[in-house]
Write a protein of this length. Structure first.
Length: 594
């Protein structure tokens, strides 16, 4: 009796290989569900995306749980990866896709959220919280643990075709997405280099940028405020509005002078600082270097704010940003953005002008010159718009020249005077008559006496008006000089801070420390490469010297400086004593630039 029972129990008990095969089959079925849900997610509309992402995460967790059970089973057999792929092929013909997903999502930790957790450290930056999350990246509030300063760190992570791996790196979702991911990463780094080249108080400033975890990061100065869309209440009179816009237009002109276009100006990309209420131009992700007539630009459009040439791939220039700036002003006055350019082109009737809307909603608040300049900026044909920020500003500020710089104000007034002179050719004939007073008839003499009697009070009035205009322009120029002084002081402060940050980084870098302790040709090449990379990320730095304790330059971006002795320099003595050293603002002896 015992023998048959033992034989039956043996038949009922599965072998370890069978147990492992069942676990693997369950794992493959879970992976199939992940693949199906991921495909649905990529094809779904925005309203279904959140639900499908939650389902995808649950399916990934089930995969991880099956992995955990398979790994913890005491009688589990080891299955070669090729065997696993063969079993996968028996369940789903798309075995290659599943195998790729297995490599990308190997365990439960792959089901983590896209954002980096608080406390995660990127070099000297500690992640504190998430400030915002968009389709192509995540912005964090971070703390520089060396300087105890706060920065905004922008991470490249396009949610549509990339994900967070278990080691916190960012990878494409599939091999098909690799090209899109790399192209976006290149554009992200281009944005960083573009922003790093600008120094203006009304343009967001890049502290540094770097690549890590298979993606890239931009470190921005942290500005506290809110977007123009959130802040605007349609309560500012024209003079205050122009005073607010003038520095922003000045910053945009700097961008254009450097050969760049922003290409995505809109209320969401303009921030109002909490500290002083000034405006800051943000998000240069769509910026490109261009020149007039260059039409080979990636189509980036925000309906209502993008001009026709951005839809049609035509030549883009400063007039492109001026359209977007004018559309933003239109939104501020009208409460709604202009019609999208394709709709304006196809519409049977014209879009309401800013001048008509303002007269209806805000009668008397805005001058005709201001409203006409706004309508001029959002003309559909590119050639019908202002071709430069200076040209646009002269028309926009025509009724408030005190808000302009001195040169622009004088240029505007002088142009009006010349036009007025050309309209009065009879003055030349009157001048010829004045040369022969003996021949004047009595009626003319009496008329001149009456005219002079009328002109005297008019001349006095004109004198006082002129005096008031000069005082207004002088006052405005003083304000501009104050802003210029603040800007220069800010740039000097930024230069000093950048130099300190760079010195602190080099002093703490393990490769630099190792090279100073044990110099060699191999480590010298590594250190020289790092110095070149640091200089590319810090355009204001002219030369870097790495000195040993004897004052000998072991490495530098200037080959002629390697081997020189700086032991007699003041900064070397201060450094050896453990103190920092700041020199005066001097002219470089290398290329004669400040």
């Amino acid at each position: 009796m015992d023998a048959p029972q033992s034989k039956q129990s043996t038949q009922l008990r599965k072998t370890p290989a069978e147990d492992n095969s069942a676990e693997l089959s369950q794992r493959v079925r879970s992976l199939q569900q992940v693949v199906v849900l991921e495909r649905k997610l990529r094809r779904s509309k925005e309203r279904d995306a959140a639900l499908l992402r939650e389902q995808l995460q649950q399916a990934q967790l089930e995969v991880a749980a099956n992995n955990s059970r398979a790994n913890s089973a005491s009688n589990a057999a080891v299955v070669h990866p090729k065997t696993a792929s063969a079993i996968s092929a028996s369940f789903d013909p798309d075995a290659t896709r599943i195998a790729t997903l297995e490599r990308m999502v190997p365990d439960a930790s792959a089901a983590i959220a896209l954002v980096l957790p608080p406390g995660f450290q990127l070099f000297e930056y500690r992640i504190d919280e998430v400030l915002g999350q968009g389709g192509f990246g995540i912005t964090y509030l971070a703390t520089d643990i060396n300087l105890n300063s706060r920065f905004a760190v922008k991470e490249y992570l396009p949610a549509d075709f990339s994900c967070r791996a278990s080691d916190m790196s960012v990878v494409p979702r599939s091999p098909e997405d690799s090209q899109n991911y790399q192209t976006g990463l290149d554009n992200f780094l281009y944005e960083a280099r573009t922003l790093a080249s600008f120094r203006h108080p009304n343009i967001v400033r890049v502290a540094r940028f770097f690549e890590a975890h298979r993606t890239a990061y931009i470190v921005l100065e942290y500005e506290q405020g809110q977007s123009l869309r959130q802040w605007w209440q349609q309560h500012l009179p024209e003079a205050e509005l122009l005073a607010l816009l003038q520095p922003l237009l000045d910053g945009l002109a700097l961008v254009h002078e450097a050969g760049y276009l922003h290409r995505d100006i809109k209320p969401d990309n303009i921030m109002v600082r909490n500290s002083n209420g000034s405006l800051v131009l943000l998000d240069f992700g769509a910026a490109r270097q261009t020149s007039s007539g260059n039409a080979d630009l990636t189509p980036i459009v925000t309906p209502g704010y993008a001009p026709p040439e951005q839809y049609q791939g035509e030549a883009q220039g400063p007039w492109t940003d001026i359209y977007a700036f004018g559309a933003t002003l239109y939104w501020m006055l009208a409460g709604s953005k202009p019609w999208p350019a394709p709709e304006r082109a196809m519409a049977q009737q014209a879009m309401p002008t800013a001048e008509a809307l303002a007269q209806e909603k805000w009668p008397g608040r805005y001058s005709p010159a201001f409203l006409q300049a706004l309508d001029w900026a959002i003309q559909m044909p590119a050639e019908a718009r202002p071709q430069s920020v200076a040209e646009f500003s002269q028309r926009l500020f025509a009724s408030h020249t005190g808000s302009l710089g001195l040169q622009d104000a004088l240029r505007l007034r002088l142009g009006d005077a010349v036009k007025q002179q050309l309209r009065l050719p009879w003055l030349r004939r009157a001048g010829l008559l004045l040369l022969q007073p003996a021949n004047w008839p009595l009626g003319l003499k009496l008329s001149l006496a009456l005219v002079l009697a009328a002109l005297l009070p008019m001349t006095m009035t004109a004198y006082y008006n002129l005096k008031g205009s000069v005082a207004s322009v002088s006052s405005a120029e003083l304000r501009n000089l104050e802003r210029l002084a603040q800007s220069v002081a800010g740039r000097v402060s930024q230069l000093l801070a950048d130099s300190r940050h760079l010195a602190d980084y080099i002093a703490r870098d393990a490769d630099f420390i190792h090279y100073l302790n044990q110099p060699s040709q191999e480590t010298q090449a590594l250190v020289q490469g790092k110095i070149r990379n640091l200089l590319q990320a810090n355009p204001n730095v002219n030369r870097v010297l790495l000195l040993n304790r004897h004052g000998i330059a072991l490495a530098s971006n200037d080959p002629e400086a390697v081997g020189s002795n700086s032991q007699f320099r003041d900064y070397f003595h201060q450094a050896m004593a453990g103190r920092s050293f700041t020199t005066g603002i001097i002219v470089s002896h290398i290329d004669a630039t400040p």
